[in-house]
Design a binder for this molecule. Structure first.
Ligand SMILES: O=C(O)CCC(=O)C(=O)O
Length: 290
């Protein structure tokens, strides 16, 4: 019953679900109107400006990770005008359909602004970053202007979510790790790698285990992208390493992922947005934990 209404609300039909299951990613064009995106883009720009107001460094003065993108997480929590996109009913319904779950929660939202001249996003999968027991998470990658080749488009290893080896890649060697040439790994190298241009109004969904990368931004304009990640209800915390979102909720290993920082995104009533958690994370960067 609920699954039917999520399918109707999202417009994600069984053919699209099958494509997502086969490829591990799915481009859906004309998901948003240019008008609604323009409104959200203004709010996200303002939120990113607020979060980065103290940072006057040029790109070359930043570390490699920061040269990949300006990353601002949890924008819905301190910028209420961003929340309607984070909890956009059609987007959340699409996540429920793709995760084949009656109920999904927000895992996180973030702006990923790749500055003009910003470096490539190193190939990685998301799941090894996250302290979750099952790979039942889906990301929605929303370009606020549309992205063409040369401007920082995303690329995906087709079907790589089925490989099932969770190799952590230290993007930009932020943690001082060795670069991992994930695309040359056995089982990965044999699969097609495809760059996907994303026109204005589109969204690309990807599975938490899908290996993906993004081009450098060789244009003169910032590549403005906003992403939301949803998690199937019922997943649990795995591991005890520090991780802001789960630590903030006081979750121990094995506890259900839930709480004010992981609000139910679907099912929800239009316009009824969740209240943000009282404790906020850091303004920018990879981890909330400081
Ligand atoms: O936008 C990018 O450059 C990378 C995005 C990404 O890695 C993700 O959404 O998981």
């Amino acid at each position: 019953m609920q699954a039917d209404s999520a399918a109707t609300m999202s417009g994600i039909n069984p053919l699209l679900v099958d494509r997502f299951k086969a490829d591990g990613f799915l481009l859906v064009e004309d998901f948003f109107t240019a008008g609604e995106l323009g409104k959200y883009a203004k709010s996200i720009d303002a939120a990113v400006r607020f979060r980065t107001a103290d940072d006057n460094r040029s790109l070359s003065d930043k570390n490699l990770y920061e040269q990949t993108f300006i990353q601002c997480k949890g924008l819905w929590e301190d910028h209420s005008s961003v929340a309607p996109l984070t909890f956009h009913l059609r987007l959340c319904a699409a996540a429920a359909v793709l995760l084949e779950s009656d109920c999904v929660r927000l895992w996180h939202d973030q702006a990923l602004y790749k500055e003009a001249g910003g470096r490539q996003t190193d190939a990685h999968a998301d799941f090894p970053f996250w302290p979750v027991d099952e790979p039942r998470l889906v990301s929605a990658w929303i370009p606020l202007d549309g992205v063409r080749l040369g401007g920082g488009v995303m690329g995906y290893v087709q079907g790589s979510h089925k490989i099932g080896r969770d190799l952590f890649v230290d993007i930009g060697q932020l943690r001082g790790g060795d670069p991992v040439a994930l695309l040359q790994e056995p089982e990965v190298a044999d699969r097609p790698f495809v760059w996907i241009e994303a026109p204005l109004g589109s969204v690309i969904f990807h599975h938490a285990r899908t290996i993906h990368a993004a081009e450098a931004n060789d244009t003169n304009a910032t590549r403005r992208v906003y992403t939301t990640v949803y998690i199937a209800d019922g997943c649990r915390r795995k591991g005890q390493g520090s991780s802001f979102g789960v630590d903030r909720e006081g979750l121990a290993e094995g506890d259900l992922i839930a709480g004010t920082g992981f609000p139910v995104a679907w099912p929800r009533i239009e316009g009824n947005l969740p209240a943000p958690p009282a404790i906020r994370g850091p303004k920018t960067g990879f981890e909330f934990a400081e």
